[in-house]
Write a protein that binds this ligand. Structure first.
Ligand code: NAP
Length: 270
């Protein structure tokens, strides 16, 4: 067994994850002799691999597609956030049990960094990221949280589950805050105009604040981020949200404050 504490990201695929660069930079900046690795694991081996990690020196792990639900299910303890969102993105290996948390919600609020109490928000997307965003905004006291999704039944189910509203289109009701939690913008081969049309944003002005959860590993600007910046919105990109959710995971594993500047610099240099 390694004596050097380890952490890693479990996913399938995981090759393009920025988390190793971000977390290894954080460990270095904090003066911790930890190491963070990519852990490519197919779904059928997920439980077996996770259960073996603590004995191999692992103190924690991040979990990404497609394992977030399985991670919650195998944990012995889960936070209210992870349970309400129905997914875990962070595992903490404790002596007696495996703890699960979901730092996507807190990471979003930290990235927004201004109070959201009373704001009118629309969340685009009803997958795992949309669910975490809706839950986070409701918990933080947003005045209205509405969800729009390409497949409306999923938006209705999410809204019912979490106590949100459904929006008929992206900018319904003139929101103060728009969160893109769809995967639109991820594929650089899709023209920006087509991406904005897919979300019903083409030809419209952005609200005061826009968060785009999507980020590209090559550091390219996504269509929603470009649209928001062009329109003069306060724009928060997916890298900042990624850094903030990673910072919360770092703090859960190490008990130390996350060195955010070092993490941002690592994320932006890939
Ligand atoms: P997911 O569960 O697969 O959900 C994908 C969502 O995108 C669904 O709502 C889907 O709508 C929608 N969508 C896909 N293609 C679309 C299109 N052409 N037009 C309109 N809607 C479309 O994925 P997820 O885990 O929620 O992640 C969503 C995005 O957020 C990903 O790009 C992910 O990388 C990003 N993310 C970023 C962070 C961060 O820290 N920055 C954290 C989590 C996730 P349907 O239901 O109609 O299919």
């Amino acid at each position: 067994m390694s004596t050097r504490p380890l952490a890693g990201v479990l996913g399938h695929p995981v090759a393009h994850s920025l988390s190793p660069a971000i977390q290894n930079a954080a460990f270095r900046a904090a003066g911790l002799d930890w190491r963070y690795l990519k852990l490519p694991v197919p779904p059928e081996r997920f439980t077996e691999v996770v259960r073996a990690l603590p004995a191999s020196g692992y103190r924690g792990a991040n979990v990404t597609i497609p394992h977030k639900l399985a991670a919650l299910e195998l944990a012995g303890e889960a936070t209210g956030a992870a349970r309400a969102i129905g997914a875990a993105n962070t595992l903490i290996f404790r002596a007696e049990t495996i703890g699960a948390d979901n730092t996507d919600a807190q990471g979003l609020l930290e990235a927004i960094s201004t109070p959201v109490a009373g704001v009118r928000a629309v969340v685009l997307g009803a997958g795992g990221a949309g669910r975490a965003a809706v839950w986070a905004l409701i918990q933080a006291g947003a005045g209205r949280v509405a969800v729009w999704n390409r497949t409306p039944e999923k938006a209705r189910a999410l809204a019912r589950d979490l106590g949100a509203e459904c929006a008929g289109h992206a900018l319904e009701g003139g929101p103060d805050l728009l969160v893109n939690a769809t995967s639109v913008g991820l594929d650089p081969s899709v023209p920006a105009g087509a991406a904005l049309e897919a979300l019903g944003l083409g030809g419209s002005e952005p609200p005061a604040t826009v968060v785009d959860l999507v980020y590209r590993g090559d550091g390219g600007v996504t269509p929603v981020t470009a649209w928001a910046t062009r329109g003069g919105a306060r724009t928060i990109d997916g890298i900042e949200v990624l850094v903030q959710q990673g910072a919360r995971s770092f703090e859960l594993w190490t008990g130390r404050s996350a060195p955010l500047d070092a993490m941002r610099a690592a994320a932006r240099s890939g």
